[in-house]
Design a protein around this ligand. Structure first.
Ligand code: DOR
Ligand code: ZN
Ligand code: ZN
Length: 356
């Protein structure tokens, strides 16, 4: 058995409030534990979004009652609500700005709002961007002009990662994450998966994927799941919402890559624990670890999942490496191997801590 630190996912969608039929704090944090993740940062593109003090406070109360692992919330930027930003800083770990079209109501496309965000959000806390294509250059411009940390979510294209590498060479305070789906899937998987392969950013070409793997040891700071659950019925509809779940499949996929010598175990821990903790200034979790069976070979199966959406685009894929146990602050909270026991979650709801 391999003992590893509890992993951190800096990009999870938990859907409370307004999308609890897709996921809620209980099901989402149970899925995190099943994936070896003990701390997640939840995104603000809920309905209503986490962009006002009243919604943030009500959501925090919901969360504290329900969570099985530690959770921090992102506040969301929106042009109409930007004057509320100073009130949100104490209740959120970081600020998220959506520069491109994606799921949910949050979008910022005007310069005054971007400037207000950079001026009013404390420089001790990260601003994370959903930025695709040329908008990556916009984010680099903000980091340079304001000398403040900017984190790029789910970078997926060769040009984008090369631009970020250049910005880093200039010493700019930028960081970035990539997702497992962009590391393990490409446009070539779209005919097979249909709407189950639709997300933002969209799956890329093989050359883009190769560039991500090349930069995994250098430019890329984090691997984040962008766990974005939608129901199978919603995915089968005429205009399916973009997004795929990922909390429970990320570590098995990456451990398989470690087995195949595409990634070292040390680098995996940097990408999913050390760097996320440093970049987002997250607290220690003493006596918190996961136990993994690195030799367990199995086929990913929708029926095994904790996520409420009940599917994964990786179903049918054979992986090597299974999360067996999770211990949070000395308390066993997940056990995959208890004979005759259906329920693998050992912790009562509310065991997780809400940050900050
Ligand atoms: O595919 C995506 N789904 N990309 C996003 O940026 C949002 C996410 C969601 O919330 O479903
Ligand atoms: Zn996004
Ligand atoms: Zn996302």
């Amino acid at each position: 058995m391999l003992k590893l630190p509890g992993l951190i996912d800096v990009h999870t969608h938990l859907r409370t409030p307004g999308g609890e039929h897709k996921e809620d704090f209980a099901s989402g944090t149970a899925a995190a534990l099943a994936g070896g993740i003990t701390l997640i940062l939840a995104m603000p593109n809920t309905n209503p979004p986490l962009a006002t003090l009243s919604v943030l406070e009500a959501t925090r109360q919901q969360a504290q009652r329900s969570i099985y692992c530690d959770v921090g919330l992102f506040a969301g930027a929106s042009p109409a609500l930007v004057d509320q930003l100073p009130q949100l800083t104490n209740h959120a770990v970081a600020l998220k700005i959506y520069l491109n079209e994606t799921f949910g109501p949050l979008r910022v496309e005007d310069l005054p709002t971007l400037l207000a965000c950079c001026r009013h959000w404390p420089t001790t806390k990260v601003i994370a961007l959903h930025a695709e294509g040329p908008n990556v250059a916009v984010g680099i411009g903000l980091a340079a002009a304001f000398q403040r940390p900017i984190h790029f979510c789910h970078i997926s294209r060769k040009d984008e990662i090369e631009l970020i590498a250049a910005a880093k060479r200039q010493g700019l305070p930028v960081t970035c994450e990539v997702t497992p789906h962009h590391l393990f899937l490409t446009q070539a998987d779209v005919p097979r998966l249909g709407p189950l392969a639709d997300m933002r950013p969209r799956l890329a070409e093989q050359a883009d994927q190769a560039a991500l793997w090349e930069h995994l040891d250098s430019t890329i700071d984090c691997i984040a799941t962008d766990h974005a659950p939608h129901t199978l019925a919603e995915k089968a509809a005429a205009t399916p919402p973009p997004g795929v779940p990922g909390l429970e499949t990320s570590l098995p996929l990456l451990l398989t890559a470690v087995k195949e010598k595409r990634l070292s175990l040390g680098r995996l821990i940097m990408l999913m624990r050390t760097n996320p903790k440093r970049i987002f200034n997250l607290p220690d979790q003493p006596d918190t670890y996961i136990e993994v069976d690195p030799e367990a070979s199995y086929t990913l199966d929708n029926a095994d999942l904790q996520t409420k959406c009940g599917w994964t685009p990786f179903a049918g894929m054979t992986v090597k490496g299974r999360v067996m146990r999770v211990v949070l602050r000395g308390q066993p909270v997940y056990d995959a191997g208890r004979p005759g026991q259906e329920n693998k979650i050992l912790a009562p709801a509310g065991t997780g801590r809400l940050l900050p």
